[in-house]
Write a protein that binds this ligand. Structure first.
Ligand code: WT7
Length: 672
């Protein structure tokens, strides 16, 4: 197998962009793939070894639905085999593999001991250059000790344990310890505030907390425990026990109060003990995850044990092509669903080596990610378009200076990837011809729902692709009727799927109201995303339905305008918001070395007018070094809108980079 440049891809795309720019013409390299073209075929070296290569898989899931999903369940070990694949007698509540019993931790750890106990399960890289590796044997030992410790503290099957930890091995270890004893976990992203933690502790009715003394960001140590203390003061109930991991130094640096325990001491005390994995009903709660909305109270999405794990394992294998002997890296934080499904459960269920990286991608230098890929011979890398845009902004010289030939497949998730970013990623990280799989899913879907199958389905840069086999996704209008190819509509999913949320913590009413639409044709799950579909059934995601702006009384989708702006040479990221007067303001960042000058400003204006229409010509273009982002990497347009329209800001505690707010405010003012 080789993934050296195949030579046939359009290596001149960038030159072409600038040539067309000068000519004032459109840029063919950045339009989404032409619907009539068949897309980019998976390279033959990839197909020869891919997990799934039979195009008959789509038909099989069509004709044998839902039984075909048994293929996914068969990737797992069951304590009691299921006989029923799906109980859909009470829609929109669906129970997958309802009479089966299994344990998720046993599936992610114990079953790999047989003959493979020295295989690496986790390779961890800390913020200060530390490394730790866990074989499956090591992982088994510590998960058991942690499970015994939780039991000692009083945790019983069904009790929700809240985990408030950064990207350290103790996070997946305690997740698996919870799963082992049948205690659902509730992971709260470590960067969230005390208030956010308190809300989630209360909402999940959780009396157990695992946190740490602090953690590092670049050179600085943050006090995590004091945030946890603060949260404890705010909650309605009380905590029965808190476990504190020593992350900062040789000894636990914070004083422990009553009902507070040092993780290290607990593990030492229980080292070598084994705790039998509790057989759980497939429909039992594995975890709850609060969605990272930017408004309103968070929703507690509940995932069941069997369907979730089956769907996650099936997609890790067939979409991301993860194999047991891979070193695989999902760059997402475990504090979000991507890290749960594809940083922990998917790869460990398949018995592979998963990389956990605590640090920043640009520290100590902007080649940190490429350095880690090279040093660990990472073969599958999964990240977000936001990260890819940062990489592009920093420059191709960073990846180009490393040997990335170990890469076999690249994945993206979280937002639409522009054709330009897709090509850059493939060219500079994927050796020119590795499959780049754009995957669409949500916290609620639990696992990937739309994507190409890399060994089967051609890719179209800028389009997610068709629904996976067995996923009944359709783009519909307000009345629920499918829209014509090319027309914008709402992305919905008809039939249930195994990874789907079991319900919401807030109850049945809220679950129905948030997600379900009853049509003549049965129940449909509403994703909240707008989309179009082409003649080949490839879906293009336009963004959340609420990411729509009115420009001079015409509706535009933000992604549509932003994709046109980033097609301008030198521009890396863009966000558009309404100015409150029917006009549009474009915010943009440029690649290092490119001056955000009047030429670029004019190019952006002209580009929007040319590709979207004169009506979309922005009234103002504001350059800034960064755009405000949530911790999951979403651009916070609402905040930009507030700044633009000189309104009071809403809550900005969800911001990852609050320091840019001041800069943006003065940029807006200077630009007048
Ligand atoms: C929303 C879900 C599980 C993914 C991490 C975020 C957007 C996700 C794509 C994609 C365009 C995407 C959608 C979706 N999204 N993947 N490939 N192309 N948009 O999970 O926080 O639950 O957000 O992310 O808008 O609804 P989340």
């Amino acid at each position: 197998m080789t993934n050296a440049g195949s030579g046939d891809r359009d290596a001149n795309a960038d030159e072409r962009t600038s040539a067309d720019e000068r000519a004032g013409g459109g840029d063919p390299s950045d339009a989404a793939a032409d619907p009539s073209d068949g897309g980019v075929a998976p390279p033959s070296w990839f197909r020869e070894e891919a997990a799934l290569t039979d195009p008959g898989i789509y038909d099989e899931f069509d004709t044998e639905w839902p039984d075909a999903w048994g293929r996914a369940a068969d990737l797992l070990d069951w304590d009691r085999p299921y006989r029923t694949v799906l109980d859909d007698s009470e829609p929109p509540f669906y129970r997958w593999f309802p009479d089966g019993r299994l344990n998720a931790a046993a599936n992610c750890v114990d079953r790999h001991l047989d003959g493979r106990r020295n295989q690496l399960a986790i390779r961890w890289f800390g913020k200060r250059g530390e490394r730790r590796s866990y074989t499956y044997f090591d992982l088994h030992r510590e998960v058991n000790a942690a499970a015994a410790a939780l039991r000692e503290l009083g945790v019983e099957e069904g009790d929700v344990v809240t985990l408030y930890l950064p990207m350290i091995p103790e996070l997946p270890i305690t997740m698996l310890a919870c799963a082992r004893i049948g205690a659902p976990h509730n992971v709260v992203f470590a960067g969230l505030s005390a208030e956010a933690l308190a809300t989630r502790l209360d909402a999940a009715d959780s009396a157990y907390l695992v946190t740490c003394d602090g953690y590092y960001r670049r050179e600085d140590a943050f006090n995590q425990k004091s945030k946890a203390d603060n949260a404890r003061l705010r909650i309605d109930g009380d905590l029965a026990a808190t476990v504190v991991v020593d992350r900062l130094g040789d000894a636990l640096s914070v004083p422990l109060g009553e009902d507070e325990h040092d993780y290290g001491t607990l593990i030492d005390r229980h080292d070598g003990e084994t705790v039998a994995p509790v057989a759980r009903d497939a429909t039992d709660l594995l975890f709850v995850m609060y969605t990272s909305g930017t408004t309103g109270r968070p929703k507690g999405v509940e995932h069941a044990t069997g369907g979730y794990l089956a769907h996650v394992a099936w997609t890790a294998r067939n979409v991301l092509d993860v194999r047991p002997d891979d070193t695989y890296w999902c760059a997402a934080d475990i504090g979000w669903i991507t890290g749960h499904s594809y940083g922990v459960y998917g790869p460990l269920a398949l018995g592979t080596t998963t990389v956990l990286y605590e640090g920043s991608p640009d520290y100590p230098d902007r080649d940190r990610v490429w350095d880690l890929i090279e040093r660990n011979a990472v073969s599958v890398f999964y990240t977000s378009p936001t990260a890819i845009r940062s990489f592009m902004k920093w420059g191709a010289e960073y990846p180009d200076a490393h040997d990335l030939s170990s890469i076999r497949l690249l994945g993206t998730v979280g937002e639409a990837i522009t054709p330009k970013a897709w090509r850059w990623y493939r060219e500079h990280v994927g050796g020119g011809d590795a499959p780049v799989v754009d995957t669409w899913w949500q916290t609620e879907t639990g696992a990937i729902a739309l994507a190409t199958l890399p060994g089967v389905t051609p890719m179209k840069p800028g389009r997610v692709g068709p629904p996976l086999p067995g996923i009944d996704a359709r783009v519909v209008d307000e009345t629920g009727d499918p829209v014509a190819p090319g027309e914008a509509g709402y992305l919905t999913i008809g039939k249930p799927w195994p990874g789907m949320l079991r319900g919401l913590r807030e109850g049945e009413k809220r679950y129905r109201r948030e997600y379900w639409l009853e049509t003549d044709d049965g129940w449909r799950y509403r994703t909240g995303d707008g989309a179009t579909v082409d003649d080949d059934g490839y879906v293009t995601i336009l963004g959340r339905v609420d990411d729509v702006i009115n420009v001079r009384t015409r509706r535009f989708n933000t992604a549509e305008l932003e994709s046109a702006i980033v097609a301008v040479d030198g521009v890396t990221e863009a966000a558009v918001v309404g100015d409150g007067d029917g006009g549009v303001v474009a915010y943009a960042t440029t690649r290092s070395g490119v001056d955000p000058d009047d030429r670029t400003r004019a190019a952006i204006r002209d580009r929007l007018a040319a590709t979207v229409g004169e009506i979309a010509r922005p009234d103002r273009v504001v350059f800034t070094t960064e755009l405000p982002k949530t911790r999951s990497g979403k651009i916070m347009r609402r905040l930009l809108e507030d700044i633009t329209q000189d309104d009071e800001f809403g809550d900005i505690s969800a911001l990852r980079n609050p320091e840019v707010v001041g800069e943006i405010e003065s940029a807006v003012r200077d630009d007048g």
